[in-house]
Each structure stands twice: as structure tokens, then as C-alpha cells.
Design a protein around this ligand. Sequence first.
Ligand SMILES: [Zn+2]
Length: 312
Amino acid sequence: MTVLAIDLGGSHAACALVRAGGILASKTISAAGGAGLKDLLPSVNKALLELMRSAGIDCAHCSAVVMGFPGIAVARERRVVATNAKFDDAPDLDLVAWFKDTLELPFLIENDARLALLGEAVYGAARGARDAVMITLGTGIGGAAMLDGRLIQSGHGLAGTIGGHLPLSMYGRTCTCGNIGCAESEGSTFFLPVVYREQPGGAEGALAGRKAIGFAELFEAAEAGDKPARSALDHCIRAWAVLTVGLIHMYDPEVVVLGGSVMKREAQILPRLQQYVKEHAWTPGRTVPLRVAALGSDAALLGAIPLAEYSL
Ligand SMILES: [Zn+2]
């Protein structure tokens, strides 16, 4: 099976010709997320046609167009239902009709993080797993869950996707989503300035007063001996560990995949998470292995193949 895959980001759209086992050809076009999806579609089609031409094939050789969208998509209805300041016109577009009229191909859509888990499960860190969970750590905390080789789908598109808003503490701080004590409000980059300030000595530490702090800086400050940075890091790693156990209890995965640029610090993070899971997850007779995402930005494009295989 060959599919045309599109992975929409905030500032670019990766277009690719994908076949089981790999990406045959790809092309990234710039896409200002705030500018809307409708105006971008002709450029996307142009890129897809160029890719097919370069590979010597046409639409008749392809099974579908698959889109990874940075917002909430209902896969079974093949449409976007909610956005977050990226391609806000998408819920009003009939993407099925667009790709049928222009390329004469069926159209499939999934949330981008969910599609990335499918890619990791078939070709990457969770290769071979039928049941898997993925947690993406960054400005926010993303999640995805797959059972029996398929992404969990619900009528509103949320099932399995909002692990970052799983409450870790009923006495925690208020999250951006309005809930109390979410994983995201305890261990995401967005909340790091607050988490840092609340540590002992945080008001006078090396990163005091900063409006934004990244995990790379936090690690560097901790390694330079800054005590609030060390305790803020311990706090975040503990939050990720508690979240991981919560998701293991919810979904009973064979493996948990962790993504996000902070996982470049795998050696300092993963053993601590794994130890916490070993001690606290209730999985009789086994310990769920944790692995770092392996496919990077190719994951969602590669996820297009398994999605098409079970959706068409
Ligand atoms: Zn939340």
C-alpha cells in the first residue's frame, strides 16, 4: 500500500509518499498555522503531485490521503472538531470532498500525536506492540493510546489523547485547561517558571524571575549546582512518573513510549521513571518497559500506513 501523507505543524506541512516500511519521498512546505488551512490546500496538492511525479507514479497507485492534524480530529467522521490557534478554519472545511475532487482519493485524518504513536508502534520504539501508550513532553504534555493495533477512537475525538490533563493532585495548581493538578500543570515547560519559583530558594535561584524556562536550561542550572533547579527537576520527573503509572493503569499497555526534546536527557530521566513504574504500577508479574521515541518527526508520516490499513 502507498499513501500520500501530510503532517501539519504550526509553521510547516510535511508532505510525503509513504509505503509500508518507509518514506519514499518527502517535501516540507512552509505553512503559517494562523493563516488557515483552506489557503494552504492548493500548495499541499502541488507538493503531493510533485512527489508522485518524482517517484514515477500517479494517484491511481495510491490508496488514500492521510493527514496528521495538530488539534482534535474525529477519525471516524474524517473531520477536525477543535483547534488551538493552528489552522482555525479547519472545522469548517470539507476535506473529504477536497481530496476526492482534486486527487480522486479517499481522505483520512487523525490527531498528529496519535498518528505518531501508530508510527512508533509499527516502525519505531514500540515496534510489534498491539497495546501502547505514548507521552510527549514539551510546552504541554500530549498523549495517545492504542489498543489491539488501533488508536482508541471516541465520538468527540478525545479518548486517549488528553493524558497531560490527567489530575495528579487534587490540591495542585490550576491548569490552562481549568482543571486542578493536571500532569501538565506539574511538569510541562509552560509551567516551569511557576514550578521553579515554588521550590525552596526559587525566588533567589539562577533562573528566578524568568518568564519562560526550557528543560535544557533547567538541566544545565541543576548541573551547575542551582538547588531550586535540582528540586524543580525532581518535581517534574516525579510528575512524569506518576502520570506514566496512571496511564499504565488506564490502558494496560505492553510498552510506554516517551517523546519530546527533553528525552535527549534519556540517561538522567528514563531509569528514574522506570524505577518508579517498577515500584508503583500494579501490573502483576511484569514491569511495563518505557522507551524513548525513535522516529522523531517521521513518526506521524509513517503512522499513515497502519491508519490506512485498518480504516479503508
Ligand atoms: Zn489541564
